[in-house]
Structure formats: structure tokens, C-alpha cells
Design a protein. Sequence first.
Length: 465
Amino acid sequence: MKDTQQSTKRGKSFTADQDVAICHAWLSVIQDPIGGNLQSQNNFWNRVFQNYIDNVNDQNVRSQVSIQSRWGIIMKCCKKFRGCLTQIENRQQSDTTETNKVLYAKLLYYELEGKKFSLDHCWAILENSIKWQDLAPSKKSKTTNSTPNSSFSSQIPETFISLDSNQDPIGYSVDSPRTKRPSGRKAEKEARRKRKIADTSSFRFCDLMEQFNKHASDTKKRKAEIEERKAKVMEQMNQREQEEKQGNEKERDDMIMMMDTSNMDPRTKAYFELRKDEIYAKLLARSTNPDYYTMKRAMPFSEQVDISSDESSSDADDDECGGKESNNNVTIDQPAKDIIPEKDLVIRRAEMYQEYMKQIQIPTHRGSVIPYTSWTGLAKSIKQLYGQPLHYLTNIRLKQWDQLRIGADDEDRPLDTIIHPSKAEASIWLIEEVHRLTPSPHHLAKLWLADPMHHAFIDPIFPKL
């Protein structure tokens, strides 16, 4: 009883690779010029099965009967699909492409069979390997009022050559010996039923294609609306973030402006006095040029050195402010009776800046080799490595050196392959020492007044210790 149940148990479904192997095995045997045409059914399928297991190594899972039965299903579906494709081609519509013909044939196959054609991998092999016109029935059927658009089922038979006997030559038969030829009456009734369905299928094609195009258009429209809403949301988020950032910056500036520096040590006092001057100058620049911040932020990141928005300096500001608040030493400065002229204010800032830069010692232990591609890039690495700012004049000079390479033959060549990193770093520290010790504050003030964007080249003056 158990053996009977096991023998009738359905095996695993064939995979696409197994279907392809079956098609190749069948074609290999049928196209053999020596024994492919005249041989018994058993001999033919023995050779097909042997060819299959040689290529797939599936003998422990599939039997010869299973392979033979699967081939019958494949050929039956492909014959019906070929009939659908022939019917579409006979319509001779000049504006129909080959791709659309295949699509229409699949739609017709679905209309007639009630299921999709899922053997494209087999059809790709058999389409040009079999003379499908030779599979048409040779016997005459009853005369009916057939038209070029008649059902393909009446043109392609269910079976071709009977293989009931093991001694009959198999020829180029494509059917399994288990497949029975339907009687003429039954085939005619089936053909008439399918012909009736096919007469209305052309109208269904137009409806289906119209629905397909409408669905594609609606999908594209919905996608565009989603992208538009997403862009608006991102714009609103960026605007809120910008407003929040400006609010935080104003809050920090207000805290610095209200700070009492009378009890601070000279170095800290010089720092906060300079910060107050910078905030005041920033307000003056914004009042005369509303696009001041836009111009500053539009500069490439590699070419700007922020002075008032640096994270480290902001943290230092917050720490200093917090410390002063805890000691209750924060007082509101009294407003000056007379507004300081802009030129005098810039000179004062230049004096404080130059005095502070003199106090920063040039590093003496420099054993590192820093790879770089440009002078400004090397300067940025030096600032991060040694935790020191570079002088305004040094930043200007390094940018000018980078501009000298524009248009040169070796412009794209990394600079460290031209000048050794150790020599380049030594050159920067040499001019940095000159700029820290020798420039006149009046000269700096003159340069700053002539360049409204000079803030971009002033590093945060607090060294990162």
C-alpha cells in the first residue's frame, strides 16, 4: 500500500534550467543526421533521456517517463502559442512591432487557455529550431466559412504522428506517445468554440492596451506628484534648519556682546574683545549688504576658513559664557556715547589680532610627512595636526600659490610629487613666522577694508590645544 502511494506521489516541479535541458536534448537527438529520423520510439526517448542526464546530472530525481511527459507539455504549450502568434501576424498591421506581436500573442493565449504562457525560455530555443508549418494537419477537414482571423486552434492539431507502437518510426514527431489524437467531431467543436472567442479578441486587445497605457500614465503622474511633495518638504526642512542656525548664532553673539571682560586675564580679554569687534563688524556688513552671509557661504569649502562659525570656537564661547554665568560676573556693557568709525574699529581689530598671533609659538618638532595635493590642502592638514591657526597673510599667500598653477601642464599632478612634503611644510612655517612677527596692523587693516570677504581667510584665533 505504501509503495502504491509513493509511486503516485507528484514529484517536484521542473525548473527553467531543466526545461531548457530537455529542449536541447530533444533537438540534439532529432537533428542527428544518422539516426534521428528513423528509429523506434523507445530508442528515441532512451537517447533523449541519456542526453538530458549527461548535461543535467538529474537521473536520481527525474525518470525517462517524467522527461517524456514534460516534453509533451512543453510542446503542446509552444504549439498553441505559435498558433496565437501566427494569427497575430496574419492581421498584417504595419504599425505593429515584433515586440507588440509577441505581447498580443500572449494576450490571445491567455484568452483561449485561461492561463499565462510561461515557457518563454523554451520558446526561445524552439522558435527557430522547428519548422512549425510542417506540423500543420495534412488531412482535409470539413469545409467551413473560415477567415484569416479564424482560431489558431483549428490550424494546429493536438497531435501529429501516433507513436503507440514501439516499432513505428518516430520521424520528427513532437508529441508524447501518451497523447491521443482527438476525434474529428470533437476537434471541430472545440475549434468552433475557440474561433468564436477569437472573433472578439481583437476588440479586447484595444481595451487592454488602453488600460495599460492609462495605468502607466497615472503611475508616472503619481510619481511626479510624490517627487514634488518631497522637494517641498526638503525645502521647508532646510529653511527651518537655516532659521534655527541663525537663531543660535545670534544667541551666541548676544551672550558675547554682554560679557564683562574687566576681570579676565589679558589673553582671554583680548580674545573676547576681538570677538565683540567681529560681531559688530558683521552687523555693519549685514546692514550695508544683506547678501553678506550668502556671499560668504557660497565660497568653496576648501577655500574658506570660517572665523565666527567654527565649531571649536563656538564650544569655547559656550564654555566661557557658562563659566562666567556661574560666577555671576556677567554684566551688560553700557552703550558707547559715540560710535567708533569703521576704519578705527578695523585698525583696533588688526592690532589685537596681530598681538595675539605673536604669542603663538611656531612648532619646533616637526617630524611628520604630510601628503598633499595643493598648498591650501597642506595648510588645512597643518592646522589640524598642530592645532594652530595660520596667519591671514599666510592663507592669502597659499591661495595665490595655488592660483599660479592654473593652466600649467602639470596642473592636475599632485603637488607633493613636485615639492617634497617636508620642504613644503618648512616653507609654510617660514612665511608664517614672518607674518606673525613683522606685519604692521595698519597694513592688515588696509587689506581688510579693501576686501569685504577677508573674514574667509582668518582662522579661529583660539588654538586647538
